[in-house]
Write a protein that binds this ligand. Sequence first.
Ligand SMILES: [Zn+2]
Ligand SMILES: [Zn+2]
Length: 336
Amino acid sequence: MGLLLYLNCREPGAEDKFKEISNAYEVLLDDEKRSIYDKYGEAGLKGAGMGMGDFSNPFDLFESLFEGMGGMGGGGMGGRGSRNRATEGEDQIYNLVLNFKEAVFGVEKEIDITRLDSCSTCDGSGAKPGTKPSRCNTCGGQGQVVSSARTPLGVFQQVMTCSTCNGSGEISTPCNTCRGDGRGKKSKRISLKVPAGVDSGSRLRVRSEGNAGRRGGPPGDLFVSIDVLSDPVLKRDDTNILYTCKVSYIDAILGTTMKVPTVDGVVDLRIPSGTQPGTTLVMAKKGVPYLNKSNIRGDQLVRVQVEIPKRLSGDEKKLIEDLASLNKTKAASSKR
Ligand SMILES: [Zn+2]
Ligand SMILES: [Zn+2]
C-alpha cells in the first residue's frame, strides 16, 4: 500500500501547502491536539508549542505519521509501513448466542476463541532462531521506496512500502513455525462475564484478547457480539417485557387472580373487576435490569385479551338472556 503526499518543495508556495497537509494529519491523529485545533486553529497549536516543526527529510514526516497510525490500531495503514516497528494486533469478533433469561440477568460464559498469538518458536520476531537479519538491498534498509511522477500540479512523490522486505528494512531467515509472521493461531478459553440487561446487538469489549501485535506490539481487543434467542411467550421491549394474557369475559367483569409467567418465575397478577379488553396492567420491576445499573429494573407489561365464548350451553344462554332482560329493565327505569 502506498501513501501519496504532496512533497514538492521547489515551487513557490508549495512548502506551505505541504505543511498544511502534514498539520492536518497530525491533528487528526491526536485527540488533544484536535481539540486545540478545533478551538484555536493552527495558531493555537503553534502557540502551544506543538507545531509540526520543519521536515527537511521526508522520511521524518512519514515516520511520525506511521507512529501515529500505529497507535490508532486500525491495522491497515500502520501495518507494515515502516522499519521493523511494533504494530498493534487486529481486533477479533466473537458471536455469542444467549437465551432469553441469560440476557436478562447476565451470565458467566466460557468461550473458546482462536486468534493469532505470539509465535513461541521465534518469540514473535518472525526470524528463525539463531539467524541474524541482513539489510535489505532493495530499499537500503529504509523499508520504503520513493518514486516520482511529474503532473500539471507539480511533482508528486509516492512512497511505497518496500516489497522485498515488507517494510522491515531487513531480510531475515523466516521462522519455520510461523513462516516469518511472528504469530501463529492458538486457541484459548476465556471466561466472560456478560452483564445483566444485554440485548441482541450488544457488543462487549474484552481488552487485549484480540490478535497479538507484531514485533512486540500490543494485542488487539476481542469484541463479543451478542444475539439473544426469543422466548415463546415473553417479548422484550428494551427494559420492559411484554406479555399477553387471556381472560374470560366473566373474569374480566368480576375480577380474578391469574398465574402469569415472568423472568422471576410464575407470579400472581390481580385482574381488577371491570377490566376492559386491551387494558395493559403493569407488573412493576418484573422487567429487565438496566445495563450497568442492575439494581434498577423495567416492568412487565401485561395486555389483557378478553375472550368472548363462541358457543354457550343451554343454561348459560338462559342466564345471559336473563341478564339481557335485566339490562333492558334497568335502561327503561333510568329513562324515567
Ligand atoms: Zn515463529
Ligand atoms: Zn526493503
